[in-house]
Design a protein around this ligand. Structure first.
Ligand SMILES: Nc1nc2c(c(=O)[nH]1)N[C@H]1C(S)=C(S)[C@@H](COP(=O)(O)O)O[C@H]1N2
Ligand SMILES: [Mo]
Length: 380
């Protein structure tokens, strides 16, 4: 397998294996502002922090000094609080390992005719994989809400980031643009806010959460698409009703057209299954016993089955890697004998809630793609 060669890159002084690569965009000052990493670059269940995908809807704000920053918690609470990072770290902590995925990840597969699958090392084309897995540490939101005492009339939790700007049509993909400056805000239904894994994170992969990833503190909402996990938090507010918010009602919704009155906010991710090895354009595999690998994950938790079909044949179970954490993706392997030829291989997953693919039909904003996407496997 030619792609496994050592390319002589030096890491900490030693010539090494080729390093995993991301497709990144920097601003005029050389600061990272956008990034995605193809699934096949992930060599284990946790994405290295440097390779995490990055999305900022407005613009990446100036960093907050963690020593001066504080979180304001108010609205329908018994004891409004202003908490420093030290105050938050004094509370019992919580850790969650999970896949974090942008609702726009792989949106191009909704309209396959527009899409050309990039080859393994070509990072210049529109790319798959606005998804990363990480270990977040912080405090469970339920723990914090117990400290402030939620008023019984509250039904929603508003989370506001300190980034602000004007959403342009470029970002809106068919949604309405707004003329005024807004902050990035989302409002979680209280039941999801109180899920024990919904948390406020200050740590990622054993380090302080970096500024680009929403530091000093961000919301983490396992199972729901990335846009719920508000970065750069400055305020939480308990509300009697769901407020009208741009990033809830004007964007990140399911609808068939802009005039469709049945707007449904996008929440739980569907079921995902991707083939990561081999992929389109790879060198042919030697005929005989072949191994096909991939990753599967779901917004409802653990993956319980992956099945593979070759050239439209029967679905055959793949072998799943030993179970780790329910919000993480699970690596799978399918082994079979293939004579020389070119094969169309598809894979689909089933989660512990019994859901399989696809869950999410075509929608105007092309959110939460979870269809079955084939790979061409060549054997010679
Ligand atoms: N404050 C704030 N939070 C935000 C966003 C944002 O623009 N501002 N983008 C959202 C979207 S659309 C995604 S996909 C994730 C991206 O998180 P990441 O950059 O850490 O990958 O953050 C979400 N939280
Ligand atoms: Mo996103």
């Amino acid at each position: 397998m030619a792609r496994r060669e050592i390319e002589g890159e030096w890491i900490q002084g030693w010539p090494e294996r080729r390093r995993s690569q991301a497709l990144s965009r920097k601003d005029e000052q050389g600061r990272l502002v956008h990034q995605r990493t193809p699934y096949w670059e992930q060599q284990g269940p946790l994405t290295p922090t440097d390779l995490r995908y990055l999305v900022a809807q407005l613009q990446t704000p100036d960093p907050a000094d963690p020593a001066e920053w504080s979180l304001n918690v108010g609205g329908l609470v018994q004891r409004p609080l202003r908490l420093t990072l030290d105050d938050l770290q004094a509370l019992p902590s919580h850790t969650v390992r999970m896949v974090h995925e942008c609702s726009g990840s792989d949106a191009q597969f909704f309209e396959p005719y527009e899409y050309e699958q990039p080859t393994r090392y070509d990072l210049s084309k529109p790319h798959t994989g606005a998804a990363s897995a990480g270990e977040f540490t912080g405090v469970s939101l339920a723990t914090l809400l117990a400290e402030v005492g939620v008023h019984p009339t509250a039904t929603a939790l508003l989370a506001r980031g300190f980034d602000c700007g004007t959403p342009g049509e470029w970002a809106a993909g068919g949604a309405r643009a707004v003329p005024e400056e807004i902050n990035y805000e989302k409002a979680l239904p209280l039941a999801k806010a109180l899920h024990p894994d919904t948390m406020l994170a200050w740590g990622l992969n054993g380090e302080y959460l970096r500024h680009v990833h929403g530091g000093p503190l961000r919301l983490i909402v396992p199972g729901w698409s990335g846009n719920w996990s508000v970065k750069w938090l400055e305020r939480l507010e308990l509300l009697r009703e769901m407020p009208h918010l741009y990033y809830q009602d004007e964007y990140f919704f399911y609808a068939q057209s802009i005039d469709d009155e049945q707007r449904v906010p996008i929440t739980t991710m569907g079921v995902r299954c991707v083939i990561t090895d081999p992929i389109d354009g790879d060198e042919p595999l030697p005929a005989g016993r072949v191994s096909i690998h991939g990753l599967a994950w779901s917004g409802e938790g653990a993956i319980v089955a992956v099945e593979v079909s070759v050239d439209g044949g029967d679905w055959v179970p793949a072998e799943l890697a030993a179970f780790t954490d329910r919000w993480l993706w699970r690596r799978w392997t399918y082994r079979c004998d293939l004579p020389a030829g070119s094969y169309t291989v598809t894979a689909r997953a089933t989660d512990e809630a019994g859901r399989t693919q696809p869950q999410t039909p075509w929608n105007m904003l092309r959110k939460n793609y979870d269809g079955i996407w084939p790979m061409t496997v060549r054997v010679k």
